[in-house]
Write a protein that binds this ligand. Structure first.
Ligand SMILES: Cc1ncc(C[n+]2csc(CCOP(=O)(O)OP(=O)(O)O)c2C)c(N)n1
Ligand SMILES: CC(=O)[C@@H](O)[C@H](O)COP(=O)(O)O
Ligand SMILES: [Mg+2]
Length: 590
């Protein structure tokens, strides 16, 4: 019977009853179980395969959930979920109504801290450790498990810096596999490589920060891990264990091709090979439109620089890194640095395209205001994964950007409705804007096979009328225009509706808006950002400013966090999909 041993483990209690000799068998079961499910249900793979032994050892040695275990990012926590009572529901991972792809406090007592964004684990575990101490509890253990790419982030170092001057009962475990999603970068990576080689004499950074440092040790050697964790359990104060692992361990393809198998999509669980791609030509991914367009522009304009904080593959800046390496920078998981670095470049006349996922730009809010906008530096922000992103869920949806950016003076905000417009706005931005600009675009594919058309300049702040109707004006931004077009296709009464693509959330096309409000009874706004403070709010402010009496209806992301599922499923839950939009519009004509 498959997973015979794993099937007996409903919680770490049963795990702790096993003899140490049985644990390698459990590790094998756990790997097979994860591979079987991720092969068909998709999700993050390599990171969890790499920490199977560490996961087993942690739950074996520590008294979880009383001892508090915090996983950084949480994309490596599948083994943890399966061993902590979620084996039989794990096939719902990342699906609507199912388990979250990341640890989540609402899901289990074993998930001590909600994660998804990186580098929070040390601060969170330190907070827990100090709280325990203040409550007079000197027994509880507090453990942060953090990867080599995540520990290089400023936030992680802020946590280490603080922890080092406390006597908190904190254990930081560095899971060092020398890769993030893409290969790790920077001087710290070099330092860790030197530690592993043991060839070069160098001071130990973690000891210098007052941690009791041990390692590096082989993170796939269960007896060694267990012995070391038992020792650390009885050592007081801040401790640091450096563990070396292989991302993707146990699946040959995942070990050999770690970038692809970070989140490989569907694959053959027997052979490990990726499912063949369809031969049907598809429209490009937005990320690739960005990636190829910046190369095209940078070849013509020597001032163009590309920046990504640790997402060369996800953003497709990798194309520029391959072709123009001296002007394309992966700065590691360092969104704040990425923004201020771009600002510095801009002071010297360089044209910095700073590509950050909408959700991760939240990290760099002060830098956008203080370092870029206040000085009116013409940095070009390309915000990938704007709107609902799907299965990564609440931690990753890029739905807040319009609200958090719209209030910043000097900043232009554009939402191209398709990939051709994305190219054109990128082209326009590098011609010499006098302001910073944020260009937001979604995860997934555009709509045109023939997208590499000659560039044309867009007028900043100018929208477009896509369809002229009689009674109601629908205003959309970005690729939500597609839902409107489809919604109108279902409608017999479509002639009552005009459809405008505003293109720019800031500045608004006021000339067009005056025309809209003067010639329609009702105005409806559609966006994939939050209703509070977003595009619809901007239109409401316009209506109030000019005292228009029209009825205004706002449709967008309501005031609660949206969970995980496919984008379409999630849109349906909030009536933003084309069918529900159509029903809503139809009711307006009844
Ligand atoms: C703030 C933030 N920026 C970027 C990401 C995207 N991201 C998720 S996992 C990851 C790499 C993490 O690498 P590492 O910490 O080494 O863990 P590993 O995948 O190797 O286990 C990145 C960049 C994120 N989750 N959070
Ligand atoms: C865990 C994490 O933050 C990333 O791996 C994220 O899931 C990437 O998202 P994309 O798949 O949209 O690049
Ligand atoms: Mg790593």
């Amino acid at each position: 019977m498959q997973n015979k041993l794993l099937n007996t483990i409903d919680s770490p209690k049963e795990l702790r009853l096993l003899s140490q000799e049985k644990l390698p068998l459990l590790a094998k079961d756990l790997r097979d179980f994860i591979i079987n499910i991720v092969a068909t249900k998709e999700g993050h793979l390599g990171a969890s395969l790499g920490v199977i032994e560490l996961t087993i050892a942690l739950h074996y040695v520590f008294d979880t959930p009383k001892d508090l275990l915090v996983w950084d990012v949480g994309h490596q926590a599948y083994g943890h979920k399966i061993l902590t009572g979620r084996r039989d529901t794990f096939d719902t991972n990342r699906q609507i109504g199912g388990l979250s792809g990341f640890p989540n406090r609402l899901e289990s007592d074993f998930d001590t801290f909600g994660v998804g964004h990186s580098s929070t684990s040390i601060s969170a575990a330190l907070g827990m450790a100090i709280a325990s101490k203040l409550k007079g509890d000197f027994d509880t253990q507090h453990i942060a498990v953090i990867g080599d790419a995540s520990i290089a982030s400023g936030m992680a170092f802020e946590g280490l810096n603080h922890a080092g001057v406390t006597n908190a009962n904190l254990l930081v475990i560095l899971n060092d596999n020398a890769i993030g999603i893409d290969p790790s970068v920077g001087a710290l990576k070099q330092y860790l490589t030197n530690v592993k080689k043991g060839t070069e004499k160098q001071d130990n950074i973690f000891e210098a920060l007052n941690f009791d440092y041990s390692g590096p040790i082989d993170g796939h050697d269960l007896p060694l891990l267990i012995t070391e964790l038992k020792r650390l359990k009885n050592t007081k104060g801040p401790k640091f264990l450096h563990v070396i692992t292989t991302k993707g361990k146990g699946l040959r393809q995942a070990e050999e091709n770690q970038v692809t198998y970070h989140a490989p999509g569907k694959f053959n669980k027997e052979t490990g090979e990726l499912n063949p791609k369809s031969n049907i030509k598809q429209p490009p991914k937005y990320q690739d439109v960005f990636g190829h367009t910046i190369v095209e522009l940078a070849k013509q304009n020597k001032k163009i620089i590309g920046i990504t904080p640790a997402m060369p593959t996800g953003s497709s800046l990798k194309y520029m890194m391959e072709q123009i390496p001296d002007r394309a920078f992966d700065v590691g998981i360092a969104e704040q640095h990425a923004v201020t670095f771009a600002a510095g470049l801009a002071t010297q006349g360089m044209i910095a395209f700073c590509n950050i996922y909408s959700t991760f730009l939240q990290r760099a809010y002060d830098q956008i205001i203080h370092d870029v906008a206040l000085q009116n530096l013409p940095v070009i922000f390309c915000l990938d994964r704007a709107g609902l992103v799907g299965e990564d869920g609440a931690t990753h949806h890029g739905v807040f950007d319009l609200a958090y950016l719209r209030c910043i003076p000097n900043l232009i905000i554009a939402a191209p409705r398709n990939e051709i417009e994305l190219r054109n706005i990128m082209y326009t931005a590098q011609l010499g804007l006098k302001h910073p600009i944020a260009i937001r675009y979604p995860r997934g594919r555009g709509e045109n096979l023939n997208w590499q058309q000659p560039f044309s300049k867009l007028e900043i702040g100018k929208g477009e009328c896509l369809k002229q109707g009689t009674k109601t004006a629908i205003l959309s931004i970005g690729n939500m225009y597609k839902n409107v077009v489809e919604a109108l296709e279902f409608l017999e009464e479509a002639s009552a509706f005009s459809h405008y693509d505003l293109r720019f959330i800031k500045p608004l096309d006021e000339t067009m808006l005056h025309e809209v409000f003067k010639t329609h009874d009702t105005v409806v706004t559609i966006e994939d950002g939050t209703l509070l403070g977003g595009f619809g709010s901007a239109i409401a402010e316009f209506k109030t400013k000019y005292n228009y009496p029209n009825k205004l209806i706002l449709k967008g992301i309501p005031d609660h966090f949206i969970e995980h599922g496919t984008v379409l499923e999630l849109q349906k839950t909030i009536n933003l999909d084309s069918k529900n939009l159509s029903l809503f519009l139809k009711k307006m004509t009844d």
